[in-house]
Design a protein around this ligand. Structure first.
Ligand code: C2E
Ligand code: MG
Ligand code: MG
Length: 732
């Protein structure tokens, strides 16, 4: 019994012990299981899988995450070494094998290698594999174990980060990052390069240490207001470098916000624009300033005038515009050369500047034209005094190199608001007044007045009518004979333009040719004259007057056209007039203005066979040396010298001198404006070859000139002089 009890008790003890043992095993099992699943979760979260490889049995074991990294569903198949290598990117295959081989052969005990895999779905990932070897006591490898880590995403982030770091570091533009309170957190190398401040010297400081005194406090307040409101400010700003130099920079400040829409820092990006500012300044100088005198040019002058008009309007003030043209500048320029002309302009600019206040504007509009804008004008009287002062200053002798020159100035004045409310009117009216001053004998000034206004509107009206008449070809040509003083017969004819007026009275060329020249209308008008005169000449030639040469007056504007030679050639071809029956009358000033060009053009015309004569000779400033080089046939002595012949003036000497000079140069001489027999006698005695004037005939219409030709033909050649005046009353 005792034994049975003992046995039972023993059995119970064994059962209890077994139960206790089972319980503790279960607890351990549960603990390991818990630890294992925690480990698996950890692996999943960190994209890190573990693996083991038995070197002896060649068996490979992967954790679930290891399968996932390679794109397999865990537990679906048993991984093998071969399958693993099958996933490796072809280019990385050997590098992995080499690494493992080096561990197995004992070169090292652990390794880390990075390689690419192609997952089952075809995507490429970057994996870091770490491995460690376990060896037996003899050092033979038993097992390799380690981890896979999918670093693709992580690498992308770090790559991006290093890209940003590089951009930040290498940027040519300076970058400043500040905290919300404005303290500098970071700057890049370009910042140091541009400002001269090292990173260490600026981190923790406020950027205001860069401020120059070029901007007001208000400027900065507005700048930051804009950053707060719009999140960004861009513009140009002047700041101070470490060496103290103030420089311009193009700056953009941006507020960077966090996920809660709060500004977390500010980024400032800027570049040094000193160079482009310099270029801009030079370009501006070219665009707005006169190169020679450095005075504002026409564009800037208009700009300033517009501005001053606004100011004057606001303050109820007067301002004055003085349009100034130097008298005789052209003569100096033409005779002494452009370099002396330039010196004269420079000195003139200097003298004008010396007459005005600093607040006034002196501009050069071009050529010898200047403009002065006087602001805050007290009265017309004060403007008058200033105009007189400028004229006095410019009338003083100029010493230019070795030349002593005296010029003068004509000034036209317009006042705001009396003679114009806007820039265009003020300039136009001052210009008109200046022309009046010139007409009034130069070296004087003239205010723009209502009479002038009237004259201007009359001029405008005339221009309109002239334009209209050109379109309708409402002009006529009158013809005046030239008489050969030896034979007494008509040797040539001059075509003179007439404009039949509305009231039947002929308008004479002196009253509309200047306007036609100013407006450019002389070009179509002159072309018509040439065409019509040639056409008429052909008619007379066909009627048997085959020696009659037709003279046509050329205007300076026509002469300036580049294709003038072509135009003349075309008219000759079209009308069929032989070139030797056409004579072109040019004036001295036309030819001497640009004598070298004139020589070329006249030579072309001469080659065509056309005759050239210099009209109104004696009134200009011919240079004899040029005269000799010009391909001329005739000089026409101006009527002003002929007028006094037979009197006791010095004009007789002038006429004699012209005739003898023409004889030396083998040129024909025609005396213009011969009205009396005394004049005629004098001219014949002195050897003048031809004459033209009311004594013979005034300019007459074509049919009456044809009648003159018929009479001339009938009269015996031996008769000394034809009196053509009978029946022809001349009126100027
Ligand atoms: P011009 O070429 O010197 O022409 C001579 C001017 O003197 C003409 O004036 C003529 O009528 C005038 N005249 C002729 N004989 C006498 C005289 O004995 N006594 C006086 N006091 N005058 C005389 P007109 O026709 O009034 O022409 C004036 C100027 O107008 C011309 O001077 C010429 O420069 C210009 N002109 C005339 N027709 C044309 C033309 O078709 N084209 C151009 N460009 N200019 C022209
Ligand atoms: Mg003439
Ligand atoms: Mg003349």
């Amino acid at each position: 019994m005792g034994n049975e009890v003992l046995f039972i008790a023993g059995g119970l003890l064994v059962i209890v012990l077994a139960a206790v043992a089972m319980l503790s095993t279960y607890r351990m099992y549960m603990k390991v299981r818990t630890q294992n699943s925690a480990l698996l979760r950890l692996q999943k979260n960190t994209h890190m899988g573990s693996w083991e490889w038995n070197v002896i049995s060649q068996k490979l074991w992967w954790s679930d995450e290891a399968y996932r990294i390679f794109g397999y569903i865990p537990q679906q198949f048993i991984i093998t070494d071969e399958a693993k290598y099958g996933c490796l990117h072809g280019d990385d295959h050997f590098k992995v094998k080499d690494k493992i081989a080096s561990v197995l052969t004992g070169d090292s005990n652990a390794y880390e290698i990075e390689y690419r895999i192609i997952r089952v779905d075809g995507s490429e990932r970057l994996v870091v594999e770490c491995g460690e070897i376990i060896r037996d006591n003899n050092g033979s490898p038993l097992q390799l174990m380690g981890t896979f880590h999918d670093v693709t995403d992580c690498r992308r982030v770090t790559d991006k980060q290093s890209l940003f770091e590089n951009v930040f570091k290498e940027s040519g533009e300076a970058i400043v990052i500040t905290a919300v309170n404005g303290e500098i957190i970071e700057v890049n190398d370009a910042f140091t390069h541009i400002t001269g401040y090292e990173r260490e010297a600026v981190v923790g400081r406020y950027p205001s240490f860069l401020k120059s005194d070029q901007h007001s406090d208000e400027f900065y307040v507005q700048l930051w207001q804009q950053v707060e409101l719009a999140g960004c400010w861009s513009g140009e700003i002047w700041e101070r470098r470490k060496d103290g130099v103030v420089f311009p920079k193009a700056l953009t400040i941006r507020a960077v916000k966090n996920g809660f829409d709060r500004v977390s820092y500010y980024i400032g990006v800027f570049s040094d624009i000193t160079q482009s500012k310099l270029i801009e300044k030079q370009l501006q100088k070219l665009a707005f300033y006169d190169e020679l005198t450095s005075l504002p040019n026409r564009t800037l002058c208009k700009d300033r005038l517009n501005h001053e008009i606004k100011v004057a309007h606001r303050r109820h003030e007067q301002l004055a515009v003085l349009f100034l043209d130097l008298d005789r500048f052209k003569y100096v320029n033409d005779t002494l050369g452009h370099s002396v002309g330039d010196l004269l302009l420079l000195e003139a600019a200097h003298r004008i500047l010396g007459c005005v206040r600093e607040t006034d504007t002196v501009a050069r509009l071009g050529g010898d034209e200047f403009m002065v804008i006087l602001t805050d004008v007290a009265s017309a009287q004060s403007v008058k005094l200033l105009a007189e002062k400028i004229i006095r200053a410019l009338s003083q002798q100029f010493i230019l190199q070795t030349h002593k020159v005296v010029i003068g100035a004509s000034i036209g004045i317009s006042l705001y608001p009396d003679s114009g409310l806007n820039c265009e009117d003020l300039i136009k009216n001052a210009d008109a007044a200046m022309y009046r001053a010139k007409d009034a004998g130069r070296n004087t000034f003239m205010f723009f007045t209502s009479e002038l206004q009237m004259a201007m509107s009359e001029r405008l009206d005339m221009e309109k009518k002239l334009r209209n008449a050109i379109e309708l070809e409402a002009f006529e040509l009158y013809y005046q004979p030239k008489i050969d003083l030896r034979s007494g017969k008509i040797s040539g004819v001059e075509a003179l333009l007439r404009w039949p007026g509305e009231n039947g009275v002929m308008v004479m060329p002196d009253s509309f040719i200047p306007l036609a020249e100013e407006t450019g209308l002389i070009i179509p008008l002159g072309a018509w004259v040439l065409q019509e005169a040639c056409r008429q000449a052909v008619i007379w030639r066909d009627a048997g007057f085959d020696k009659l040469r037709m003279a046509v007056n050329l205007s300076i504007k026509q002469f300036d056209q580049v294709d003038i030679v072509n135009q003349i050639e075309t008219v000759l071809q079209k009308t069929g007039l032989p070139p030797e029956l056409l004579e072109l009358e040019v004036t001295e000033s036309m030819v001497m203005r640009d004598a070298d060009r004139a020589i070329v053009i006249l030579e072309h015309l001469r080659k065509l066979g056309v005759h050239i004569s210099v009209d109104d000779f004696g009134t200009g400033y011919s240079s004899l040396s040029y005269l000799k080089r010009l391909p001329l046939q005739t000089l026409k002595i101006d009527s002003s010298f002929v007028k006094d012949l037979g009197g006791d003036g010095g004009d007789e000497a002038i006429v004699s001198a012209i005739i003898s000079m023409a004889n030396t140069l083998e040129l024909k001489v025609v005396a213009e404006g011969v009205e009396t027999f005394q004049q005629l006698e004098f001219l014949r005695r002195d050897g003048c070859s031809e004459a033209q004037g009311y004594l013979f005939s005034c300019p007459v219409p074509a049919e009456r000139f044809a009648a003159l030709l018929d009479i001339d033909r009938l009269v015996a050649a031996r008769r000394p002089m034809v009196d053509l005046t009978s029946g022809v009353r001349c009126q100027r």
